[in-house]
Design a binder for this molecule. Structure first.
Ligand code: ATP
Length: 437
């Protein structure tokens, strides 16, 4: 029977699996580590790319009302003054009076997680942006910031996109990329890091349609996680109370996932009103409006923003997919990842290292590689190799045996059911592709 873990146990299993099999490693480990960052290994880089591709596919490729951009990470202070980040992008920082550890006040419930003390200094506003110098001269003119979110790139390019694509509201601009926040307490593996990746989309709409689109995007983004295999009971929507809204927001709903430490944010969907375009227009002196010729009317669109974390989503997909079950009397761990997210879609496994089998196996590998990401594994017993592929979530294994040399057919073994079917090499690509949707 399948078993699901909960609590710290699961977090530890996933973190160990990630390190042991090459999903992600603590960064700079040979120098003792760097708590705020992770490096993605050979499996992780595939999976993270798959998460981003799945988002891009649903947000850009399958739609005719959203286009993409890729804006710079470094930006001048003017952007962050206008967006409100210089002023308000802060977390409340407190020092424990006993052990001197620093914490984010709103995350610790009044008790020091390190020593248990309840005595803290007064909270100070700590700005989360990384500040740096651009160019060889120091001083105010050279100050630059690493973006703490990708969203501002969409607002500062609003007029460029409008002019080059001839879009009209409702339309969206999407971006995937790195963001940086000097988090006071990075924690829970890749859930909260100082360097991370976001997937954000700004949807510009006529103001009267804002609420309808806000609801539409909550629903659409929720469905995305469900379609990629997260069980409904592992997700919930949390609508923020008016008093808790950020300075720019007229309504925010978080999609939360049931992480081992409880439900926590995966993505936020906000109705940002005309805040951002108005702020940037006022600060830059450039008009950021839409002229509706049909009604002879000029207006500042409202913005609905679904803002997700790519690295955080990857963590949720890994946690949601992990299962242990018993196959042929042996416990196995299996990642039931959606085929679109798995690091490899197919593993090609010659039954033995005999040269003629390896030759045919490489031919099969060559047929599959243009279509799907493949692993090729020659080592250990076939049973061991199946387990190793189950553990990293590979949906299909293709085994080439001695009969294959005679009948030009191979065995396709399914990760979830462990059933095996014989398929002619000539039909393999078509069979694999239909099984992976
Ligand atoms: P939190 O309250 O957890 O600090 P936030 O509400 O400030 O997050 P947003 O500004 O709404 O987060 O960012 C959008 C998304 O970006 C989040 O839902 C999350 O998935 C991701 N994200 C934000 N900060 C981090 C981080 N430090 N590490 C990884 N992902 C992050």
């Amino acid at each position: 029977m399948a078993e699901h873990d909960s609590g710290d146990d699961l977090l530890e299993k996933i973190t160990n699996l990630a390190k042991r099999r090459g999903f992600f490693f603590p960064s700079a480990e040979i120098y003792g580590g760097f708590r705020s960052a992770y490096d993605y290994g050979p499996l992780g880089v595939n999976m993270l790319r798959n998460v981003k591709n799945a988002w891009w596919r649903s947000m850009v490729q399958l739609r005719d009302d959203i286009v993409g951009i890729d804006a710079a990470i470094l930006g001048p202070p003017a952007i962050w003054a206008a967006s409100g980040h210089l002023e308000t992008f802060t977390d409340p920082l407190v020092d424990c009076k006993k052990c001197k550890e620093r914490w984010r006040e709103d995350k610790i419930d009044g008790v020091c997680p390190n020593c248990g003390s309840t005595e803290f200094t007064e909270a100070r506003a700590f700005n989360l942006m990384f500040k740096t110098q651009a160019g060889p001269v120091e001083g105010e003119g050279a100050t630059a910031y690493l973006r703490p979110e990708t969203a501002q790139g969409m607002f500062t390019n609003f007029a460029n996109v409008l002019a080059t694509t001839r879009r009209k509201p409702p339309f969206g601009i999407a971006q995937i990329g790195k963001s940086f926040r000097n988090e006071i307490t990075p924690q829970n593996s890749i859930f909260r890091t100082r360097e991370f990746e976001q997937m954000e989309m700004e949807f510009f709409v006529p103001p009267a349609e804002a609420d309808t689109w806000y609801r539409y995007w909550i629903e659409t983004r929720h469905r995305w996680y469900l379609e990629l295999g997260i069980a409904p009971e592992k997700l919930r929507l949390h609508e923020h109370a008016a008093a808790d809204l950020s300075h720019y927001s007229r309504g925010t709903t978080d999609i939360e996932f049931d992480f081992p430490w409880g439900f926590d944010e995966l993505e936020g969907i906000a109705n940002r009103g005309d805040y951002d375009l108005t702020q940037h227009a006022n600060a830059s002196g450039v008009r950021l409006e839409y002229f509706d010729q049909a009604n002879n009317e000029r207006y500042v669109p409202y913005v609905i923003e679904p803002a997700a974390g790519a690295t955080r989503a990857m963590m949720a997909f890994l946690l949601a997919a992990y299962e242990e079950d018993v196959v042929e009397g042996e416990t196995r761990s299996v990642l039931r990842l959606h085929p679109r997210l798995a690091p490899y879609q197919v593993a090609v496994l010659p039954l033995s290292k005999k040269p003629d089998l390896e030759g045919l196996s490489r031919e099969v590998l060559g047929l599959l590689q243009p279509h799907v990401m493949c692993d090729f594994d020659l080592t250990q017993s076939i049973g061991r190799r199946y387990r190793r592929q189950d553990e990293i979530g590979t949906p299909l294994c293709v085994t080439i045996d001695f009969d294959s040399l005679e009948d030009r057919a191979v065995t396709v073994r399914d990760r979830d059911t462990t059933t095996q079917t014989r398929v002619a090499i000539d039909d393999l690509v078509a069979t694999v592709l239909t099984r992976l949707v």
